[in-house]
Design a protein around this ligand. Structure first.
Ligand SMILES: [Mn+2]
Length: 484
């Protein structure tokens, strides 16, 4: 893809339209309501738009939500906003919202798949969505990336928000190019950030904090890959290094991953791969090495320094019920906000490790069906965290050819929340989990959607067995090249 092809031009044309519309609302001092998604990308998107609106002295308010539905549309309308901006969600609700409340100006800055091109592009609503221009929104640009381009079009000063869009893309696991690189339109954002002196990109071991943290801490804090017995356990991580003869200290000073010799790095990688293989998990050594995105203006030792870890921090804030804190960090708050976020991150890591430990403790908790893996979190796993758990698990399944579907009970007990993940390789064989979740949930009185490699659904408790059966069938059909 080149940046000046027809699709890209179309996309950037919609970016300018959105930018004009937002500037117009700000100029007229209209009240702007922003709704964004409760994940790292959604929070990054909210942070970028918040900063851009702040710089305009615009009147706005932000809500973070896990999902939009009819009920949330009614709530939006009841608040009588002049302008609604959806970020990292909402494409499919624009037309409906406009129909119910034609007086509201609606702008959707999204990258989720849409069933078909929204018909009424001329009704005053504005869509910026890569999928409408045949650009792959599951790996070439994230929700926060879309918002970044709009913010940059509003005012070039917003280029300083490029690193936040990179964090969002990493949070959505868009580093799918060779050696875990961001590509497509994300590449353009990376270039902006590098040119502005805010980011460096290097190839190395992808563990968090490779340049600043003691090695055992870097290994223990990384959850992608999730390394059983080492993730979350610094003492065991230290013992693991000792068993390899890798010295954690040099002259009383802790060594970081960047201080390892090439030989030591190789030794570490193959030992980790063996460690996982011995526990029935598959992991490509090559995936341990990749592009590392370092936010150079961030303090060493802090979790905002490494792009991937920053994304986990935002996810943690969202999933642990503190999305506002995540937004504050994205708009530049540090000090006590960062301290709070770090303690939430610790709590979140502890929770995820507890869940992953629970799943791996009994082999039957990872069920293998004909075409998919299934994990049922029962009452144990919080439905807001099921997506993170399935993302982590999906990177080291015994058979990576099968998508993973994890689910847990929602609070009211009436609905089950599903999270589906697979690899690009499986997606390239025709498995589109977003579409499969949408179809299967639709037939089971629920709803679903998302990206080809990462999707979700919610389904009434009584239809769960039918839903799982259908997903298993649809994945099989997709793999067999059948259309449905
Ligand atoms: Mn997203």
């Amino acid at each position: 893809m080149t940046l000046d092809d027809e699709h890209t031009r179309g996309f950037f044309n919609s970016v300018s339209m959105a930018s004009e519309a937002i500037l117009d609302s700000a100029r007229k001092d209209e009240l702007i309501h922003v709704y964004s998604h409760l994940d790292a990308d959604g929070i990054a998107a909210a942070g970028i738009i918040a900063k851009a609106l702040n710089r305009l002295d615009a009147r706005f308010r932000i809500r973070i939500t896990q999902w939009l539905d009819e009920k949330s549309l009614d709530e939006i309308i009841a608040e009588k906003p002049h302008t609604v901006i959806f970020t990292d969600l909402g494409t499919e609700y624009v037309a409906q919202l406009r129909r119910k409340a034609p007086e509201i100006k609606v702008i959707a800055l999204d990258h989720h798949q849409v069933e078909e091109r929204p018909a009424e592009v001329s009704d005053g609503s504005i869509y910026v969505n890569p999928h409408l221009f045949s650009i792959d929104g599951s790996r070439d640009i994230s929700g926060s990336g879309v918002v970044y381009f709009v913010a940059k079009s509003m005012d070039p000063v917003n280029v300083d928000l490029a690193p936040i869009a990179i964090v969002g893309a990493l949070g959505d696991l868009q580093d799918k190019y060779d050696q875990r690189m961001l590509g497509g339109l994300n590449r353009k954002i990376v270039d902006d950030a590098v040119d502005a002196g805010l980011l460096t990109v290097e190839k190395d071991l992808i563990f968090f904090g490779r340049e600043t943290r003691p090695i055992h801490k870097a290994l223990a804090s990384t959850t992608s890959p999730y390394i059983p017995e080492i993730s979350g356990a610094e003492d065991k991580s230290l013992a693991f290094l000792a068993s390899l003869g890798i010295k954690p200290k040099e002259d009383d000073k802790w060594r970081a991953l960047r201080d390892l010799s090439e030989d030591e790095k190789k030794k570490l990688c193959s030992a980790l791969a063996n460690h996982m293989l011995a526990r029935g998990l598959h992991y490509e050594i090559s995936n341990l090495i990749g592009h590392v995105y370092t936010l150079t203006r961030e303090e060493p030792w802090t979790p905002t320094r490494d792009g991937r870890e920053f994304a986990v921090l935002l996810n943690a804030a969202g999933r642990m019920g503190k999305p506002g804190l995540g937004i504050a960090i994205c708009t530049g708050d540090r000090g006590s906000a960062l301290e709070d976020a770090i303690s939430i991150l610790e709590e979140y890591r502890w929770t995820i490790n507890k869940y992953l430990g629970w799943i791996t403790e009994k082999p039957e908790r990872l069920k293998e069906l004909e075409n998919i893996y299934l994990v049922y979190g029962e009452d144990f796993i919080d439905e807001k965290i099921i997506g993170a758990v399935s993302s982590i698990l999906s990177t080291n399944l015994p058979n990576p050819e099968k998508p993973l579907i994890a689910y847990a009970k929602a609070k009211d007990g009436e609905i089950l929340k599903f999270s589906a993940r697979t690899t690009d390789a499986v997606a390239s064989r025709g498995v589109n989990l977003g579409k499969i979740m949408q179809i299967a949930a639709g037939k089971c009185l629920g709803k679903g959607g998302g990206h080809d490699v990462a999707a979700g659904a919610q389904v009434p408790v009584e239809n769960v067995d039918a839903f799982i059966k259908l997903v298993n069938e649809l994945v099989g059909k997709a793999l067999a090249g059948e259309t449905f």
